[in-house]
Ligand binder design. Sequence first.
Ligand code: ASP
Length: 422
Amino acid sequence: MRKFSAIPLYVKILIGMLLGIIVGYGFLFAGYPAFVVSWIKPWGTIFIKLLKLVAVPLVFVSLIKGVTGMRDIKKLSGTGIKTFTTYIITTSIAVLFGLFMANIIQPGKYFPHEKAEIYKNQAIANIGSKMDSAEKIKNTGFMDYVTDIIPDNIVAAGSDNTKMLQIIFVTLLFGVALVLVGDEKTAPLLKVIDATDLAILKVVDLIMQFAPWGVLALMAGLVADFGGDGDMFAALGIYAVTVILALLILAYVFYPIFIKLFTKRSIKEYLKAVFPIQLLAFSTSSSAATLPFTMEQSEKKLGIKPEISSFVFPLGATINMDGTSCYQAIAILFIAQIFGIDLTVSQMLTVVALTVLASIGTPGIPGGSVVMTVMVLSTIGVPVEGLALILGIDRPLDMLRTVVNVTGDTFVASLINGKVKN
Ligand code: ASP
């Protein structure tokens, strides 16, 4: 028999997922979902907390390595511009594709209107606080959004996982300064950073040993939380199917075809390499939590050069969210359709611009995009309360859009990897 430790990690994660679903339903049908919520689900929370714990130091150390690894400012700005532009282009394609799908399928037309009130009242309590934060974001205006990227206190910025953009800003500034000072003088510090990086990756390795169990607990907890909501899923079925279809097409048709077209890698090879990353993204619903594994796996299995990986992935986990943007486009159109609002072409273009912008500021955490969706809805004048309708089934869709978010990062990294010379 094969030794347990010899089984590849993704197989173990897959087994963990399946067992989690079985355990979750087992307790649900036996009438003890509370047991799962009190005793099993917390292990999933511990797993996600561990992964998030390494997110800030990892982004800091990797980005410094990525930036200083480029050695000269010209190469750095070239790669930076290429990466950022590619992120914006792929995100825009994803939004346009979402709009296309929502216009073709028109999920809002199938929604049973008599259920709207019931679900709205059920869920409205959940989004009260999110509406407040979104209202604040909306009222702050574009320049405040930009101003907020610059922290006035490093420690405060580093103490909040949702402030990843601030951390990225500080790190890029510091990295650029190190490049300008030059290798000779900064060598000792870079050595320390190298060693820290190795230690953080070791921590990630240790956490990943726990992944199959963490994933088992996460899935069981999910079943216990949502298992009874089949009715809601049925009412929102066509909407969910539209989102799922669009996301699956992005992950398993668009990227693989583009990979084949723009890099030398075969579709099969690419999918095999990204599948374990997708599994982890699916079970954690968090790009930031998946980041350490995305980097490790892409370097090992996709042959991404470490200096590219250290630069592209920490940025991507925060600013590149193709799945989220595609989902937002569908969600916004769905809500507009329910309320019988026909969006004009200029409103649709506003949706494209806003969702692309919003995806940059969306934190890579479970449900990270909810506040941003509220902001887009209220800006284009679609009733924000509509969001309450779709929040009930948001978690499974969040899992899938996170898969697309991280897959999009691996795609861009593969492109940039081929373009940047040593
Ligand atoms: N959960 C997503 C991520 O981490 C963000 C979102 O769409 O809510 O990538």
